[in-house]
Design a protein around this ligand. Structure first.
Ligand code: ADP
Ligand code: MG
Length: 229
């Protein structure tokens, strides 16, 4: 256990032409490791902005972000990319699989980027995680020959194959029917329990509330509720 990530007095605005649009105002939280946390709230409340900041994909105007005990303020783009590769996994609403690669090759891809050169080592890692997410038998399939729910399982396997400390999933069920959405969330919860990976996801779907262990509700860029279940 411990703290996997924290925001201290985070302020973030976007600028369109000369106009400043405040998005997050003085946001504070600490996320425990091995937890499963959902940011919930209406569209436009700031969920994606928070996940992008946690994912080192964007920087705040002001405040402090701690990620796995590292203060990420002022780090170079290269260092942030290293932190992303080493510590984080991402799951997207639209799966973002590479269409010309099989399920196996999509999951192997981050290992190639990491220069894990031994083919058998890669194979063991890929097949272990495909097995855990329940689609080992689909290893040779292209994304276009899989259902949305199956594609999201591949994406979960890809996010987890390097055993990141934290997985960020922005509206991971938005493009799924409710049965597949439920299965996807069950799977994330199982991975959270089996692998001790911390999960942070965002949603505006109230059904998802059952799957998270902690719900942080946003409204107009501020936390209005923070409840553990
Ligand atoms: P959510 O994910 O909860 O729907 P977002 O974090 O995407 O909310 O957006 C929060 C607010 O910031 C919204 O009002 C949105 O219009 C605005 N916003 C988001 N991204 C940009 C951007 N790149 N430029 C300008 N405004 C943005
Ligand atoms: Mg969003």
């Amino acid at each position: 256990m411990g703290i996997i990530a924290g925001f201290k007095n985070i302020t973030k605005s976007y600028h369109i032409n000369e106009i400043r649009i405040p998005v997050l105002e003085n946001v504070n939280f600490q996320l425990d490791s091995e937890d499963m946390i959902a940011f919930v709230g209406p569209s436009g409340s700031g969920k994606t902005t928070i996940l992008n900041l946690l994912g080192c994909l964007d920087t705040p105007d002001d405040g402090e972000i701690i990620l796995d005990k590292i203060d990420i303020y002022g780090l170079s783009k290269n260092r942030l990319a290293e932190i992303r590769n080493e510590k984080l996994g991402f799951i997207f609403q639209s799966f973002n699989l590479i269409p010309v690669l099989t399920a196996y090759e999509n999951v192997e891809f981050p290992l190639l980027l990491e220069n894990i050169s031994d083919k058998q080592t890669r194979k063991d890692m890929v097949m272990e995680i495909l097995d855990k997410v329940g689609i080992k038998e689909l290893a040779g399939r292209l994304p276009s020959h899989m259902s949305g729910g199956q594609q999201q399982r591949v994406a979960i396997a890809r996010a987890l194959v390097k055993k990141p400390v934290l997985v960020l999933a922005d509206e991971p069920t938005a493009n799924l029917d409710s049965k597949s959405a439920g299965e996807t969330l069950d799977l994330m919860r199982k991975m959270n329990e089996d692998l001790k990976t911390s999960f942070v996801f965002s949603t505006h779907d109230s059904k998802i509330m059952n799957f998270a262990k902690r719900l942080i509700t946003l409204q107009d860029g501020s936390i209005v509720k923070d409840e553990r279940k």
